[in-house]
Each structure stands twice: as C-alpha cells, then as structure tokens.
Design a protein around this ligand. Structure first.
Ligand SMILES: CC(C)(COP(=O)(O)OP(=O)(O)OC[C@H]1O[C@@H](n2cnc3c(N)ncnc32)[C@H](O)[C@@H]1OP(=O)(O)O)[C@@H](O)C(=O)NCCC(=O)NCCSC(=O)C[C@H](O)C(=O)O
Ligand SMILES: [Mg+2]
Length: 290
C-alpha cells in the first residue's frame, strides 16, 4: 500500500493560483499539503494555477511534508491536462475529486501509467457525493495505487441537504461507511475541512470528534488550524504511558506462557496490544519528525 504509514494529522489545502500560499507551505508545520486545481481555482485561473503548481513541485523544498495535487475531474475540460502537467514532477499523490466508482480510479491509474508517472505516486480519492459513499467499499478496492480517502464534507452537506451542526449528526452514515471501507482495505482516511476560521473552539471540538471516530487526521484551510490539529491527532501522554504499560504487562504474561493478561484489573488480549503498538508507532513517528 503506497505511503500507508505516513503521518497525516494536518493536511492543508491551498489554491494553486495563490503563489504566496505555495511558497509559504514550505515553512508550515503541517504533515501534508494539497495543492488545489479544483474548487478553489476559478475557471479562468486554471491554466496559470497548473503552471504554478508544476513549477513549485519542480523547485521542491517541501521537506518531509507529503505533497498532493488535487486535479479536476478527468471527464471535464481540465482534468486530462492537469494530469499530464505533473508526470515528471513526482508529487506524492494525485487527489481525484467526487469519486463515485472504482472505474474512475482504474482510468486514472491507466492514464498515470501511460504518462510515465512514478509507480510510487499514490492516488487519493475525495469521498463527497452520495453515490461515492454508497460505493465506498468498491472504490476502496479499486486499485493498488489508492492510499487515502479524503472526506469532502462541504459537497456532501450540499448533496444531502443536511444542516451542519457542531455534533455533525447528519454525516454519521457517510462517515461510518467511508471509515469501514478505508479500514477494510488498509487505506488512510482524513476528516473534512472546518471553514469557520474564527471559531477555534469549534475547530478543536471537530478534531476531537475526528479522533474519536477513527480518522487519521484532518484536512485544513488555514495555517492557524495546523497546530491544534497536530496536537489533537497525536496520542496523549497518558495514552502513551498506558500503551507502554500494556505492552510490558503483555510481555510478562507471554513469558509465563499466558495468552491473556490483566492491567489495573482489566483484561488485555492480543488485539489490545496491536492497538497499543499502533499508538506507540505513531508517537515514535511524531517524535522523529521533531
Ligand atoms: C480562506 C483564505 C482565502 C483566507 O486567506 P487570507 O485572507 O490570505 O488569510 P490570512 O490573511 O489570515 O493569511 C495569513 C497568512 O497565511 C497564508 N495562508 C492563508 N491560507 C493559506 C493556505 N491555505 N495555505 C498556505 N498559506 C496560507 C497567507 O498567505 C498569509 O501569509 P503571509 O503573507 O505570510 O501573511 C485562505 O486561507 C485559503 O485560500 N484557504 C484555502 C481554501 C481552499 O483551498 N479551499 C479548497 C479546499 S476545501 C474543499 O474544497 C473541501 C472539499 O472539496 C469539500 O467538498 O468539502
Ligand atoms: Mg468538494
């Protein structure tokens, strides 16, 4: 699975037409950047944005940040030209908007092969339409190049006619189906954006909910959202201390030939240890990032 162990707590969108944002992204402490050619770029600005993104990718300087380009749909007037522009620039992934069928991913994969894309360049898929959500399991199995689902909560809210609320009840089924499909096929999955830039408390509450639901991180629209997302999507010190004690208790039990252990009066089985090890690996990766 390409890139499945990468840190993705904070993944910041920026319009490809905004040269200042493309430059600034090289210095921001986010885990990834999505250089957008789709909804954040006006039709008349698409060609210039495409050229600016190609130049930015060629110049490099994004360090350990994962760099993803969101192209336009391959069925529309810009998508094929978008894809052709980045074959030699080696982005980490191409993000396809409004994915509704596995065939769309197979077509993208085929086109990337023909254009000479590096086999390590992953495909990411926006999950943001009712048809896409209903086909999430088939899409998740669509191609080996697929590495990540990204929730498009703005498009979903529009199509579902739902009223956004702080608890996001209206997204429950969509989140559940997308998360199930992603985990069933070993994909990463990122929560949608929070557009109220002044409401720090609301943003943090949505991050906490995203962690609780099982998302790997959150997509962002402004640099000020990076710090809180990085903090909230990293395992807490208490969680790491507990995971460490669980692993120790498990090793002690194993040494005594037992297949089950207890810690603080609670039963521990192998599945709990797998989850504890996942948290410890995440913590290690974050510490290595510095
Ligand atoms: C929302 C914004 C238009 C606000 O921009 P601005 O008014 O420039 O904000 P600030 O003055 O507060 O900016 C301060 C500095 O930070 C830089 N900046 C701002 N935003 C970004 C960014 N996204 N990436 C990088 N750098 C950024 C400014 O340049 C300032 O820098 P400096 O010059 O040093 O002072 C803007 O934030 C913005 O455009 N955000 C991204 C919008 C976007 O990409 N939207 C599309 C994706 S969301 C979506 O489509 C989700 C999905 O499809 C769905 O359906 O849900
Ligand atoms: Mg969208």
């Amino acid at each position: 699975m390409p890139g499945s162990s990468r840190l993705r707590r904070s993944v910041l969108y920026m319009p490809g037409a905004n040269s200042r944002a493309l430059e600034k992204a090289r210095t921001l402490p986010c885990d990834g950047v999505i250089l957008d050619l789709e909804d954040a770029v006006a039709p008349d600005a698409k060609a210039k944005a495409r050229q600016q993104i190609a130049e930015a990718l060629t110049a490099g300087g994004y360090g350990t940040r994962e760099v993803i380009v969101r192209i336009n749909s391959l069925d529309g007037p810009w998508g094929r030209e978008d894809l052709a522009a980045f074959a030699s620039c080696r982005p980490d992934a191409i993000l396809l908007p409004k994915v509704e069928s596995p065939q769309q991913l197979c077509d993208l994969d085929e086109a990337m092969k023909k254009l000479g894309y590096d086999p390590e360049t992953a495909i990411w898929a926006m999950m943001e339409t009712p048809r896409g959500i209903l086909a999430a399991d088939k899409i998740a199995a669509g191609t080996d190049r697929l590495a990540c689902f990204v929730m498009g909560t703005n498009d979903l809210a529009k199509d579902l006619h739902l009223t956004p609320t702080p608890a996001r009840e209206g997204f429950a089924t969509s989140f559940g189906l997308a998360l199930l499909a992603a985990r069933a096929f070993g994909l990463a999955i990122l929560d949608g954006v929070y557009g109220d830039l002044q409401n720090t408390e609301g943003f943090e509450q949505e991050c906490r909910q995203g962690v609780m639901l099982g998302f790997d991180g959150k997509t962002l629209v402004h640099p000020k959202q990076i710090g809180p997302a990085n903090d909230l999507f990293r395992p807490s010190a208490d969680a790491i201390a507990h995971a460490t004690r669980m692993v120790t208790a498990w090793k002690d039990a194993e040494a005594q030939g037992k297949g089950v252990a207890t810690l603080d009066g609670k039963m521990i089985e192998h599945l709990h240890i797998q989850d504890a090890q996942r948290l410890l690996a995440l913590d290690h990766a974050i510490k290595e990032r510095g």
